[in-house]
Design a protein around this ligand. Structure first.
Ligand SMILES: Nc1ncnc2c1ncn2[C@@H]1O[C@H](COP(=O)(O)OP(=O)(O)OP(=O)(O)O)[C@@H](O)[C@H]1O
Ligand SMILES: [Mg+2]
Length: 282
């Protein structure tokens, strides 16, 4: 990176999306507009929760903000995404994705799964092998899997598998971490443990987290900022900050101010979606 590029990166938001429209061609020849007039700026490391009705375009937006492109479709149809002031036109090396279904390789041990990204030339170039191994061992300790390092994904619980996926992402020290309903498949107790773990890991390794969820309580527990999208074509219908420090406990969740935020989000989702897809756990 040249000195000028470095200066621009330092004075630019971490991620910005300007006038985003996304359309997908349909089999009948028509066009489906999924995202409309999306403008978002994320200045610095923080946890940002994205909520919206099922099928509205959350995953489309999330992937686009990290430069992940669906094949064969121009993304975005119009508008621009920038990461640190640089136009983002493809998968960005500083953005890493964590999925609901972990994407762990069944034929590799826990440790080999977390080490896996360093097989690729991009990371081999950036991180010497010795450092990669050190990072992996440290991260396995941080996510509580040091004693499972030689086991295979099939020998682990859902929560443990998601810890592997989280470790594999964080070991790359990403600037942007994209999380698409990462805890959606977990039972309530495991989800709560994972939320606490994520909050702790984020304090140790701050980055910009963009986190899609259907769970309003999860958004209130984790979010520094909550963004609510409308039904298709998705537009931003609400966007607010939560200033309470982490960790946030049950007592905070039961407070009047939080109830107000909760009702505000649920109101938006009910208005666009009906209550069927909203998970209410407060
Ligand atoms: N590559 C693609 N080609 C065509 N249509 C697509 C493509 N990807 C997504 N879509 C359509 O775009 C819309 C939004 O999809 P997306 O997966 O972004 O929604 P979502 O909000 O994440 O949904 P969910 O809550 O169910 O996860 C859907 O109607 C989907 O069928
Ligand atoms: Mg989705």
């Amino acid at each position: 990176m040249s000195a000028a590029q470095k200066a621009k990166a330092e004075s630019s938001p971490l991620v910005s999306a300007v006038d985003i429209v996304q359309e997908y061609p349909q089999p009948d020849g028509s066009t489906l507009r999924v995202l409309d007039n999306i403008n978002l700026t994320f200045e610095r490391p923080s946890i940002n929760m994205l909520l919206g009705p099922s099928g509205c375009g959350k995953s489309t937006l999330l992937r686009m903000l990290g430069g992940v492109r669906p094949w064969n479709v121009k993304t975005p149809t119009s508008g621009t995404v920038e990461i640190e002031g640089q136009a983002c036109t493809g998968q960005h090396p500083d953005a890493v994705m964590v999925f609901q279904h972990y994407a762990n390789r069944p034929d590799l041990t826990v440790r080999e799964n977390v080490l896996y990204p360093f097989r690729f030339a991009e990371w081999k170039r950036q991180v010497p092998l010795k450092e990669a191994h050190e990072r992996v061992d440290q991260m396995l300790g941080e996510v509580g899997l040091a004693d499972k390092r030689d086991q295979y994904p099939s020998q682990l619980s859902g929560g443990q598998n998601q810890r592997v996926a989280l470790a594999r992402a964080l070991v790359l020290r990403p600037k942007v971490l994209l999380m698409d309903e990462p805890f959606g498949a977990l039972d309530a107790q495991t989800r709560a443990t994972m939320q606490t773990l994520l909050s702790r890991l984020n304090q140790a390794h701050p980055c910009l987290i963009l986190f899609v969820t259907h769970d309003v309580t999860e958004a209130l527990l984790l979010g520094d900022r909550v963004i609510v999208l409308s039904t298709q074509p998705a537009r931003i219908i609400d966007d607010f900050d939560i200033f309470e420090r982490q960790p946030r406990g049950q007592a905070w969740l039961m407070g009047a101010q939080v109830r107000e935020m909760h009702d505000r989000i649920v109101g938006h989702l009910r208005a666009t979606n009906g209550p069927g897809n909203v998970r209410l756990t407060v």
